[in-house]
Write a protein that binds this ligand. Structure first.
Ligand SMILES: Cc1cc2nc3c(=O)[nH]c(=O)nc-3n(C[C@H](O)[C@H](O)[C@H](O)COP(=O)(O)OP(=O)(O)OC[C@H]3O[C@@H](n4cnc5c(N)ncnc54)[C@H](O)[C@@H]3O)c2cc1C
Length: 378
């Protein structure tokens, strides 16, 4: 499939399978939308970024951006959940897995049969990700993992959790990623209530002496102490996936604002006939277009294998902040109609507020951009 066909398949799925009342129900009930995740397999898109020899489409991570964008126009949390598996299953195993791990996991991932999560963040290691203290200790031929993780998407419903652990004192060279089966004795995950992305099953996770084998290290035994490199190899893909999610939320917010401003009559006129409203909407559309260009230009640079850390950080920061502005402005233009819990706009705003934090906050993206511009940051 080419990019246009991928977008069309995702759009059709979103429009047919996710009516707005279902999207609102997922938000209200705050339960992992298992049936929708499973149904997504009908599109045949799970394997976009898996090599053909493992049953995938042979594309790259950025090829999935239109999928995240289109799904986010209806139900942002579904895009986030599918992206989570495509990044932390398909991509991380495809790029860093051992031969055995690729053979074992990739064909199943391409079929949509496996759920993966990624556990890096800890109570004292969020923005300062290398500060992790969950440890894996080797003894008698196995590693024992002990510690806690926070805000881990899908951790209570996944089959495997790629878990970053400390295996040596060195800040960056002492981190190892393990592919931990979620049914391991000692593993537990409890969902957290949060502002947006309801249904994401974002969990606090505990590892109580979880036993794993050397072959469970991501990349097998040569992957020991290479977890930081494994993680950073995904940074551009992760930021662009989240950028695409933001573009979808921005577009949905803009569409909803335009439609609602045409329907809302004030002083005998539709709101959309007031010039101040029209100008606000024109600005929203322009900023969204600028954000889209920035994100897809960065994706193009990734496709050219060009160094583009600055551009992907700019894209993550600008798309999420722009979508936040659009959702908020939409609510302002509609008055309390936009703020009613039955309105999609308030849901988009709550989701995008969370999106500015996950995958590196806007402040951290600015630090990275500043560093790339030759400035020192703390
Ligand atoms: C919905 C959701 C899902 C998530 N899913 C996952 C997941 O699946 N796996 C995973 O590992 N993690 C996940 N995360 C965690 C996410 O990556 C962290 O929330 C993020 O890295 C920020 O860390 P923190 O929330 O601990 O904020 P903190 O690091 O505590 O930051 C608090 C504030 O201080 C600011 N700040 C911190 N340091 C600096 C600095 N040096 N300069 C300027 N400002 C700074 C931040 O920008 C922020 O405003 C998820 C988060 C969310 C919200």
């Amino acid at each position: 499939m080419n990019q246009a066909e991928i977008r069309q398949a995702a759009r059709q799925f979103a429009q047919q399978e996710i009516p707005f009342d279902l999207a609102r129900r997922v938000d209200e009930e705050d339960v992992y939308p298992e049936a929708l995740v499973r149904k997504f397999g009908q599109t045949g898109l799970w394997g976009i970024n898996i090599a053909e020899k493992y049953g995938g489409m042979g594309g790259r991570s950025v090829d999935a951006m239109p999928v995240y964008e289109e799904l986010s126009r209806r139900l942002p949390v579904l895009a986030w959940l599918i992206g989570n598996i495509m990044l932390y299953g398909n991509d991380i195993i495809g790029a860093n897995g051992s031969g055995d791990q690729k053979k074992r996991f990739l064909p199943e991932l391409a079929e949509g049969n496996l759920r993966f999560s990624f556990a890096l963040t800890e109570p004292d290691a969020g923005s300062d990700a290398a500060n992790i203290s969950t440890r894996a200790v080797f003894q008698d031929g196995a590693y024992t993992i002990t510690g806690s993780k926070m805000f881990i998407t899908g951790a209570g419903v996944s089959d495997y959790v790629v878990t970053l652990t400390r295996t040596a004192p060195s800040r960056y060279q002492g981190i190892t990623a393990f592919v931990v089966p979620a049914n391991s004795p000692g593993y537990s995950a409890s969902p957290l209530k949060k502002l947006g992305y309801h249904g994401s099953n974002t969990c606090a996770v505990h590892y109580e002496a979880v036993r794993v084998l050397p072959q469970d290290i991501l990349g097998g035994e040569p992957g020991l102490n290479r977890g930081w490199q494994h993680m950073t190899s995904l940074l551009n893909s992760e930021r662009l996936a989240l950028s695409a999610c933001a573009l979808g939320i921005g577009q949905a917010s803009l569409d909803e604002t335009i439609a609602s401003c045409k329907e809302l009559y004030r002083f005998s006129h539709p709101n959309a006939r007031y010039q101040s409203v029209m100008h606000a909407i024109a600005e929203m559309a322009t900023e969204l277009e600028a954000a889209r260009r920035l994100a897809y230009h960065a994706a193009w640079l990734v496709g050219q294998d060009v160094e583009c850390l600055k551009e992907t950080s700019m894209a993550k920061m600008f798309t999420t902040e722009t979508a936040k502005k659009i959702a908020l402005r939409g609510i302002e233009l509609l008055g309390i109609e936009g703020g009613l819990l039955a309105s999609n706009l308030q849901r988009y705003l709550r989701d995008v507020l969370v999106l500015t934090i996950g995958g590196g906050t806007s402040q951290i993206q600015k630090n990275i951009i500043a560093r790339q511009l030759g400035l020192e940051t703390k």
